[in-house]
Design a protein around this ligand. Structure first.
Ligand code: AMP
Length: 113
């Protein structure tokens, strides 16, 4: 079980900003931008590699929930970045898939320090 499963089960606290039957979203504990929210499925998938080709809809649910949050919070037009890290070269540290939503300031070119 990962720390994100414990957040889903309310075993540890988090600043939850959205939840439905499939997805939970909460603020990242170490934000990399003025807005940094993680969108996490309630179904278990350790990495993006573990999402079956025949059921890709969870990835869409994460992205659509992030876009809706951006609209509701009023920064959709200014823009934002979504990122999903996979395994060691991708920098994944928590092995329950999650989509990072980063916003609130110009983020610079992707991949630059
Ligand atoms: P990744 O490196 O893509 O696996 O992202 C994991 C993210 O989870 C990092 O940005 C961490 O700052 C964040 N994180 C770790 N523990 C917590 C927590 N308890 N609450 C909120 N965010 C967390």
């Amino acid at each position: 079980m990962t720390i994100f499963h414990k957040i889903i089960r309310r075993e540890i606290p988090a600043d939850i900003v959205f939840e439905d039957d499939h997805v939970i979203a909460f603020r990242d504990i170490a934000p990399q931008a003025p807005v940094h929210v993680l969108f996490v499925p309630k179904q278990d998938f350790a990495t993006l590699n573990d999402v079956p080709a025949e059921s890709p809809e969870i990835v869409g649910r994460l992205a659509v929930a992030a876009a809706r949050y951006a609209r509701e919070q009023g920064f959709a037009e200014d823009g934002y970045r979504i990122v999903m890290n996979c395994n060691s070269d991708g920098g994944q540290t928590v092995f329950q898939i999650h989509l990072h939503l980063l916003a609130g300031a110009p983020l610079g070119r992707f991949g630059t320090p």
